[in-house]
Structure formats: C-alpha cells, structure tokens
Design a protein around this ligand. Sequence first.
Ligand code: PGA
Length: 256
Amino acid sequence: MRIPIIGGNWKMNRGTPNESKEMLKALIPLIKKSDNVEVMIAPPFTSLIETFNIVKKTNIKLGAQNMYYEETGAFTGEISPNFLKEIGVEYVILGHSERRNIFNESDDLINRKLKKALQVGLKPIVCIGEHLEERESGRTKEVIKSQIDGTFKDLDKEEIIKTVIAYEPIWAIGTGKTATPEQAEEIHIYIRETLRQKFDKEAANSIRIQYGGSIKPTNAEDLFRKANIDGGLVGGASLQADSLAHIINAAEKTIN
Ligand code: PGA
C-alpha cells in the first residue's frame, strides 16, 4: 500500500523563522498524529532549523525546496545536500516548474540533483508537468514522457522506488485552476505505465505520485480519492494552518 504524502511548499511566499514557528504551532493541534498520511513542510532555507526544532517532536517531516548536485566546493549561493541532511532535512523538492521555467533548470541538471539526493539519503520529490499550450495541442503525454526520460535517466529500480513524483500541470499552479480529478488521474496512470515500461511493474506500482496545482480544501478529497493519486504538493493553500490541516485531514479521510 502506498502512503499518501501531503507536502506544503511555502516557496518564497512566507516563512521567516517567526512566521514558520507561528504557522506550525497553529497547524500541529489541527492534525492528528497518524501513520496513514505523511506530512512534509518545505519552508525557505533560512527557516529550516527553526522548523526542524518544532517538527522533530511530531510526525511532520522537514523538506527543502531545492539543493545543488555537488557536496562541497566553490558554488556561490548554492546549498549542499549534506548541509541539509545535517540539520534534519528528510525530503527535497527537485525540478519544480518554477525552477525549470524561471531559473532554466534542465532535465539533465535535475537528473544530477536527483542522483545526488539519493546517494546522500535525501528523499526526492521530483516535479513534472506540462504547459497550457502543450495540453491544448494534445502533447501532454509526450512532454511527460520526455521529462521522465530525462529526469530519471540511468536510475535503477531501487532508486526510482525511493523517489516521489509530483505531477503538477503548470497551468494549474497558483492559478486557481485545478486539474479535475479525472484529468489528473489520467496522467498519473500514464506516468505509472511509462515507469512500468522503463523499470517494471513493482516500481510502477510502488512509487508515490502526488498531484499539485491549486489544491484547496474544497477539491482535495475528490483528487485524493483517485486510485493513482497519492496525496498532493500544496503551494498557496499550505500557507494557512487551517487550509493545510483541512487538506491533510482530507487525505486521512480517503484512507478510511
Ligand atoms: P499551488 O502551488 O498549490 O499554489 O498551485 C503548487 C506547487 O507549486 O507545488
């Protein structure tokens, strides 16, 4: 059985050390300590330590929003995966569409980061997804296939199983325009089928695939009820404790 994972990606929207503490103190009493749903919070780098000090007493996991693929060296402004590990980071988001589109991250760069994350023992959440024009011109599956080929190049089966994929259609991110549960499910099934061909059936069935893109308290449960959707990566709605708690509790409901 795949345990759904709800990730809160605060981006650069919010998350000074004080804001992070405040948000988590409000969130923790609103969610139950459960083994059925994994919860991950990715604050900005500058709040990781404060966030860790709060979440370490709970089931909430700490995530980083990015990392570099080298462990040490003259890479001004970059963050080593080892620095993240030492302060309690467990998950790392890689290849978010904002990294791909604003900072020109390529599949090849994301592939290097992914391999390094796996090598040092960080759990990667790798984002893939199509632009609106690609969907409208019927190229969604082609784009997804090419991102899977590029981003997961030379990975073995054990490595892919440790990876979480976030399917995030770019047209749905921060736009309020969510993919319907059916649209998301169709692509999640396609991702599993692609992984089955590339790896095998066990890898395709074990890997967790989150949906991301304008998840809200009002649409979360319907998305999470789909058989191939294993939770979500939440941006805007993760900034407020009550809306994030609602989304986490919606995932809990779909288990029972
Ligand atoms: P959103 O962001 O929930 O604000 O659409 C999702 C994401 O970027 O992961």
